[in-house]
Design a protein around this ligand. Structure first.
Ligand code: LR7
Ligand code: MN
Length: 568
């Protein structure tokens, strides 16, 4: 009897132990697969999503059809004709896009080293906000599908399609039905604004609707690539004050080919407050330990970014006074750096974007929203340096840019650094045309009254420098600086000469080489090309022509004065 009791106790004890171990294993397994992160959807729905995610991952490499693996699509015959007839309106090849599966496969374009990084398993959850106004069907839904298919479900809180008051029919019930049928678990949801907000207020509306720990914004014509979200979430977990951008890959607007970026760059800006890509500065390459470490960037392009949700609102989200398009990318860049955050590009996170040739939507009131939004940003964030913006945009002076008192208040409340601090510490490469130079302004030939002029040529390219009647009211295309190291330059490019008699002078990327050095003799009013000893010469030409170098003479064509001298 006693023996029997003891045996059954032992048996019960071992059953108990066994159940405990099983429970622990189950809990461990559930933890491992991230089940405890599930808050909004039921466990069953979550499991279905997880299986779908795994299935896509395992079958991606075997998908076949037009555009799969990110290959280009070339159209022929009637289809090509139709595509060509639409391209002006849509600003990209919609017919090619419509032929490609909404769940197409992509080549993994990451640096191979990215694949061996092991990220923590308890990452914050992301709300991905995709803003759109009258976006075409296939790019919009391909964006959403790519996010759901390529984000581990335990890290994806939701995908918010934020409709900024589109008026296209297919974006009404048809879109609602498609979403309900495709994602019955509600992982993708549609939020609509009640009026046309413009992309800046639309982003804020999306952020407000979101409940995830991390906000990720995307344009509505993107495709996220393998492993895109883990490095972002992991970096934000490590440092919630880091605002991050994926590396932006190119999706060709004509063939929809998904191509990698090639080389990494950082964001800069022109004093006209347009965004520019710049090579990664040497100091930044030295600071980083590996090619795949986050890259600090002075600015961002704007569309594709991630931030800790609380931090995003703490530092002031976006300026709600900005309309439709433009300027918010530099505004948030300056603000993040000046107010205690940082901006980084994440090489292991890759997202493609269709770069369209124009905006396939209206600008209500036909306003220059980039110009006016930039005024707001210059007035709030750039201190005295706003003068350099207005050099380019004299036309804007006196334009009503609305009330900026709340943004100024924000800057005070956050106790932000000055713009000079930003230039000195974040973007020391940025050339300031009228500081630490020998002279700047118009380079004038007194006899003829003509000045060096870029003739509005595209300064992202190499071109010959021209001349034009001096614009005494001031024209940005006539501003040149003579630097302390004797370069005669613009924001990004230097005057360069071969030194041949009669040869044109061109503007090229600055190299610091002798053929870009110019000695200005203020008493003789000459500008001499140091390497060849030749003189800058109008060649007797007039407005609209190109400037040259020639053997020095006493000729009036070789006399030059600069508008402002900073050296005594
Ligand atoms: O009124 C509008 N409401 C909107 O919701 C106008 C636009 N939009 C949506 C639109 O559907 C799209 O999804 O806003 C998004 C951006 O508009 P695009 O694609 O016409 O802009 P873009 O790609 O030409 O412009 C870049 O600069 C903008 C400046 O305001 C924004 O920051 C964009 O997000 C930004 N895009 C990128 O940075 C993607 C990478 C390009 C590069 C380099
Ligand atoms: Mn875009």
């Amino acid at each position: 009897m006693v023996m029997g009791l003891a045996r059954s106790f032992r048996r019960r004890r071992s059953t108990l132990l066994f159940s405990l171990v099983l429970l622990l294993l189950l809990l461990g397994g559930a933890y491992y697969f991230g089940f405890f992160n599930v808050t909004t959807s039921s466990l069953a729905q979550y499991s279905v999503r997880y299986l779908r995610y795994q299935h896509y991952k395992q079958t991606e490499a075997y998908r076949e059809g037009p555009g799969e693996k990110g290959e280009p699509v070339y159209l022929e015959g009637e289809e090509k004709k139709l595509a060509d007839s639409l391209i002006e309106k849509e600003a990209f090849n919609r017919i090619a896009s419509d032929k490609i599966s909404l769940e197409r496969s992509l080549k993994d374009v990451r640096d191979p080293r990215c694949k061996s990084i092991v990220y923590p398993s308890d990452l914050p959850k992301a709300s991905v906000v995709i803003i759109f106004h009258n976006e075409a069907w296939s790019p919009l839904l391909r964006t959403a599908h790519s996010v759901v298919n390529r984000s581990p479900p335990q890290y994806l809180q939701e995908v918010i399609l934020l409709d900024d008051f589109s008026d296209k029919d297919f974006l009404k019930e048809k879109l609602e039905q498609y979403i309900a049928a495709t994602w019955p678990d509600g992982i993708v949801r549609l939020v609509r604004t009640q009026e046309r907000s413009g992309l800046i207020r639309a982003k804020v509306a999306g952020a407000k609707a979101a409940v995830g720990d991390v906000l990720v914004f995307l344009d509505s014509h993107c495709e996220v690539n393998t492993g895109w979200i883990e490095p972002i979430l992991s970096r934000i977990k490590e440092d919630p004050t880091a605002v991050l951008c994926p590396e932006i890959d190119l999706i060709d607007k004509d063939t929809l080919q998904y191509a990698g970026t090639g080389s990494y760059s950082v964001g800069g800006f022109w004093w006209s407050l347009h965004f520019s890509w710049r090579p990664v500065p040497k100091r930044e390459s030295l600071r980083r330990k590996s090619e795949i470490d986050p890259i600090r960037s002075p600015t961002m392009a704007g569309g594709l970014l991630a931030a800790d949700r609380n931090f995003f609102f703490e530092i002031g989200a976006y300026d709600p006074g900005m309309d439709v398009w433009g300027g918010e990318n530099l505004e948030i860049s300056f603000r993040v750096w000046m107010c205690g955050g940082k901006l980084e590009f994440i090489p292991c996170s890759r997202v493609g974007h269709i770069f369209r040739s124009s905006h396939p939507y209206t600008f209500p009131g036909n306003k220059d929203t980039h110009g006016i939004n930039s005024m707001r940003l210059a007035e709030v964030w750039m201190d005295d340096y706003k003068r350099l913006f207005y050099t380019h945009r004299k036309d804007l002076l006196g334009t009503d840019y609305g009330d900026i008192s709340e943004r100024k208040e924000l800057r005070k409340k956050l106790n932000c650094h000055t713009f000079k601090w930003y230039l000195d510490n974040v973007y020391p490469e940025k050339f300031i045309p009228d500081e630490n130079v020998k002279a700047w302004g118009m380079v004038r030939n007194p006899d003829s009254g003509i000045c060096l002029d870029t003739l509005q040529r595209d300064e992202k390219t190499v071109f010959d420098v021209g001349m034009f009647s001096c614009q005494n009211g001031g024209s940005a295309s006539q501003v040149f600086s003579l630097t302390l190291t004797n370069e005669l330059r613009r924001e990004e490019a230097c005057l360069d000469s071969s030194g041949q008699d009669g040869s044109r002078v061109s503007l090229r990327p600055c190299t610091g080489q002798q053929n870009q050095k110019w000695i200005h003799d203020k008493s003789k009013n000459t500008i001499v090309h140091q390497a060849s000893g030749k003189c800058l010469d109008t060649g007797g030409q007039k407005s609209g022509d190109n400037v040259v170098v020639n053997t020095c003479s006493e000729n009036g064509n070789q006399k030059w004065t600069m508008q402002h001298y900073l050296d005594k």
